[in-house]
Ligand binder design. Structure first.
Ligand SMILES: [Cu+2]
Length: 428
């Protein structure tokens, strides 16, 4: 009701102003005043109003951050965040100086040099020194901004020091999965062809390869049986489609056997250092923890579309791109508990957000992050179940899949190298 009244008052007020201006126009006309002739007094008033508006406008820009700084993010919670904030502040200073300088000049000149009948404008078309000045100074400042930005970016994406702990952030529509190294301290190789219900990240081990092959052979058998049983009744195009599906599954099987060849060769060459032997003890979890004051190398991957791993309190963000692994360093410097004290919010949680519009549930693609002491983190990781114990059932010695495999050993040998070249391994 009050809102309605306020709106009514505003509308009526507006109509009154319109009427009054019409009255002023008419009385002017009666007095013989011509509307197109603007007096010096009018121009001076406009000039003063320009100053008043300029002052309010600039004061508003100063007031905004002072009033609302509490809704800004709290202090940066990582070493990299401090670098980013310093760069951000530097950029704001540059922008602020230019913004206030140009706007003060704009409003000052507009108010100072209003039109006077007895004065002519000074014709000043060109000045080489001025041109040089306003070309060189912004160029130098911009080069400075870019060099500063690049140096910070290079520090954030620099190659990790040997022994840096790797943590994988794996994205898919619409959630996050995390992978921590097991006892060997290293993440194992992955391949998207091995992804199934038991192996959401496609970790490569002898077991996962065997299980995935068995699963695919079962699919081939089922699809073939289905197609053949209905051979009499199915239309030609559907049968063709079914055959294409079966051919696709068979190609997938060949590629995975190529991967297995590659794995065995790598194990033969590198022994225990082979990246294919590091996956079994990896720990796959839906919870995200990081130790405080420890340099962590985040490996970021995606299963489907481009996502972006964004940790606002760490001032960290990196795209998750399907088919490749992106990475960045992070040294969290404030534990979740300390941040609760700093912000005065007992429920404070760091958050990992997806920062690329990736589909219908993008808005909900998030995960809390716990930053804790190195000791607490270690205890937490030890409590996690290693991958091979967690999801993958042990392989039976004589599974149906294995039997069929021996039939295609020739293909394996012939296609191994080619298929291996086409595999998409993200090894460390
Ligand atoms: Cu996403």
């Amino acid at each position: 009701m009050t809102t309605l009244l306020i709106i009514a008052v505003l509308v009526l007020g507006f109509m009154v102003v319109l009427r009054l201006s019409r009255v002023a126009e008419l009385t002017g006309a009666l007095r013989g005043h011509r509307e197109e002739v603007i007096s010096e007094q009018d121009n001076r008033t406009s000039g003063r109003l320009m100053w008043a508006f300029g002052a309010i406008y600039l004061i508003w820009f100063i007031w905004l951050p002072l009033e609302y700084h509490e809704v800004f993010l709290p202090q940066a919670a990582s070493t990299q965040g401090v670098w980013i904030d310093a760069m951000y502040t530097f950029n704001w200073w540059m922008l602020g100086i230019v913004f206030f300088g140009t706007n003060i000049a704009l409003f000052y000149f507009a108010g100072r040099y209003y039109h006077r009948d007895n004065r002519r404008a000074f014709w000043y078309p060109h000045n080489n020194k001025l041109e040089l000045l306003w070309t060189v100074v912004p160029s130098v400042v911009l080069v400075g901004v870019i060099i500063y930005g690049l140096s910070v970016w290079n520090k954030i994406t620099a190659a990790p020091a040997p022994g840096t702990m790797e943590v994988e952030i794996y994205s898919k529509q619409f959630d996050w999965t995390f992978r921590y190294p097991g006892k060997d301290g290293k993440l194992g190789a992955t391949d998207f062809r091995l992804i199934n219900a038991d192996n959401p990240l496609g970790i490569v081990t002898r077991n996962t390869i065997t299980n995935r092959l068995a699963e695919l052979h079962e699919e081939v058998d089922k699809a073939t049986a289905e197609r053949d049983a209905l051979a009499e009744v199915l239309p030609e195009d559907i049968k063709k489609k079914k055959s294409e599906e079966i051919a696709h599954l068979n190609r997938l099987i060949e590629r995975i056997m190529g991967l297995r060849t590659l794995m065995e060769q790598d194990v033969a060459t590198n022994g225990d250092n082979s990246t294919y032997l590091h996956g079994a003890d990896d720990k796959v979890t839906k919870e995200f923890h990081l130790p405080v004051n420890t340099d962590v190398e985040l490996i970021i991957r995606s299963q489907d579309v481009i996502h972006s791993a964004y940790l606002p309190h760490m001032r960290a963000q990196m795209n998750a791109v399907p088919g490749m692994a992106t990475r960045m360093h992070l040294v969290p410097t404030i534990t979740t508990d300390s941040m609760r004290t700093i912000t005065g919010n007992p429920d404070f949680e760091y958050i990992l957000l997806c920062n690329k519009v990736c589909g219908v549930s993008h808005y909900n693609m998030q995960s809390p992050l716990t930053v804790e002491t190195a000791g607490a983190f270690k205890v937490w990781t030890i409590m996690l179940t290693p991958f091979e114990k967690a999801g993958v059932p042990p392989v039976e010695a004589s599974s149906g899949g294995e039997a069929t495999l021996s039939d295609t050993v020739k293909t394996e040998i012939a296609g191994g190298a080619e298929a291996a070249a086409g595999t998409n391994n993200q090894s460390n």
